[in-house]
Design a protein around this ligand. Structure first.
Ligand code: VGL
Ligand code: ZN
Length: 198
């Protein structure tokens, strides 16, 4: 059984959004075209409460895209984005969401960010996705979405760590690329046994 895991295909990560990823909207149609080849389609949705601790605006004198230290490790501070119920948190209109078997929302704990579809950034709190996939007999995961170097990479690495076979289809991903983060993410995924498909 094969699942397509579509990471954060949301308005705020597309041009014009609060944390826009260059060309992010261009992956929606290619992702739609992939869906029929899979037994399951999972969507993740970044879903933060107002005042989330990953927002620069929640910290005094902190600029977006700078680093801070959280109890669970280093954390990039982001512009406010994907606020629960906001327009920017909605799925991009060009994505065919009807085919989705499940939607995993993440980043809801105000104190902990959550890049990965499996774990919050504390590496301890689970989303339940691994259990869902295992119970459905799914062992092969294909990941696409936004952003390659953050939520896609962290999800792919945690997928492999959870014992799934994972490939990432790079033409259906787009990156933020902050200070070399894309090269690092690609190297980390390769080293962990994620198959990168050009
Ligand atoms: C993401 C930064 C903050 C992502 C989510 O989807 O890659 N990046 N929240
Ligand atoms: Zn976020």
């Amino acid at each position: 059984m094969k699942a397509l895991v579509v990471i954060d295909p949301q308005i705020d990560f597309c041009p014009g959004g609060a944390l826009a990823v260059a060309d992010g909207d261009s992956i929606m149609q290619p992702i739609n075209a992939m869906m029929d080849a899979f037994d399951m389609v999972i969507l993740t949705q970044d879903w933060h409460p107002q005042g989330h601790s990953s927002f620069a605006s929640s910290h005094e004198c902190a600029a977006p895209f700078t680093l801070t230290e959280m109890p669970y490790g280093p954390q990039v501070l982001w512009p406010d984005h994907c606020i629960q119920g906001s327009e920017g948190a909605a799925f991009h209109a060009a994505l065919d969401t009807d085919r989705a078997d499940a939607v995993i929302r993440k980043g809801t704990n105000p104190a902990v960010d959550s890049y990965s579809a499996f774990f919050e950034n504390d590496k301890a709190t689970v989303t339940g996705l691994a259990g869902l996939l295992r119970e459905r007999g799914c062992e092969d995961l294909t990941m696409v979405g936004l952003a390659t170097d953050y939520c896609v990479a962290w999800s792919a690495l945690d997928g492999v760590a959870n014992g799934f076979r994972v490939d990432v289809r790079l033409p259906a991903c787009r990156a933020i690329d902050l200070d070399g983060s894309l090269d690092k993410a690609l190297a980390d995924m390769r080293a962990a046994g994620v198959t990168l498909v050009e």
